[in-house]
Ligand binder design. Sequence first.
Ligand code: SF4
Length: 380
Amino acid sequence: VDAFAEGLLRRAGIWDIGRKVLEGRRISEEEALRLFRCPDIHAVGWLGEQACRRKRGLIATYVINRYLNYSNVCILSCRFCAFYRREGEAGAFTFSIQELVRQARESYERGAGEIHCVGGLHPKLPFEYYLELVSEIKRACPGIHVKAFTAVEIRHLARRIARLPLRETLLRLKEAGLDALTGGGAEIFDPEIRDSICRGKESAEEWLEVHRIWHELGQPSTATMLYGHIEGFHHRVDHLKRVRELQDQTGGFTAFVPLPYQPDGTDRLPVRRRTSGLDQLRTIAVCRVYLDNFEHITAYWLSMGLGLAQVALGFGADDLHGTLEEERIYHMAGANTPQGVTVAQLERAIREAGRIPARRDTFYRIQAHSEAFGSSVRTG
Ligand code: SF4
């Protein structure tokens, strides 16, 4: 470590944590909490970047993907959610499989390698709908990866729709072609906060159980954390601890995606403003440092904005998620970011941040990258 970096960390009071990180040692929950509380964003960010570079070097990834929301009809009413509607209510939608496959095919022909598909907890759609949705997309788009359903949807399907054990439900979806589970629905694991923002939703243990079983079936998933609402830093650390513990046991998570709360489309939580840019950067950095068993940290440009996500590449993130094309959930909550970006925009953002852009697949395997800044993309 050069004298400047050591001085930076010493002045910030986190030199002891810095040494651990630089030596590749794991930090504790108490140390993660100190990083969240450390007022020197540059010191925390520098540590995040060091931890990131050790894993990924200068490469930063994105995926060409498309979001499909099959339905926003939901039996729950999470207080932070602006997406859901009751059946028959104005604004409720449920797409036919044919229409969803048409949309997937359209994106596939434009180069999409991943379909990202989630929806509400629909009370009536039969299990066959979900199986067919996956298998038909795979049939119409050979080689595409389908990343779909949150752990909440999976439990809903198993318990109320298919009436099958979780493992059997997941196995049937895997056989239909499901490649990966999405990380949504984790919100914040603390039971009190969870009860306040999304009463009736599965517990932390139930969320983790779905991912554990899915990993045991040999399949990957991502993990998320919805933050910047009514939780405290210690709730974030508790959330990260539980995710890190499961990752120690299964190794099945590909990436961690911190999601800043979007307050504009719902007034049922006492939170009026979006969490600050500094809090978002700090959260990326702490996640990168604490989650030493996760290979990737995603700066979700859609919620952060592409500009801030680009800055996050210097604070510990090594992935910008994807092109998305037609996101609905965050936009119904009032996000003022675009509903999709082009490959050129993502690559420019990565290059400007001093990183080498690389296209990845659902499994975070690199598909194509430019060998030097500004060179043309090489496939392989
Ligand atoms: S967050 Fe998901 S489960 Fe909760 S109301 Fe919205 S769609 Fe339903």
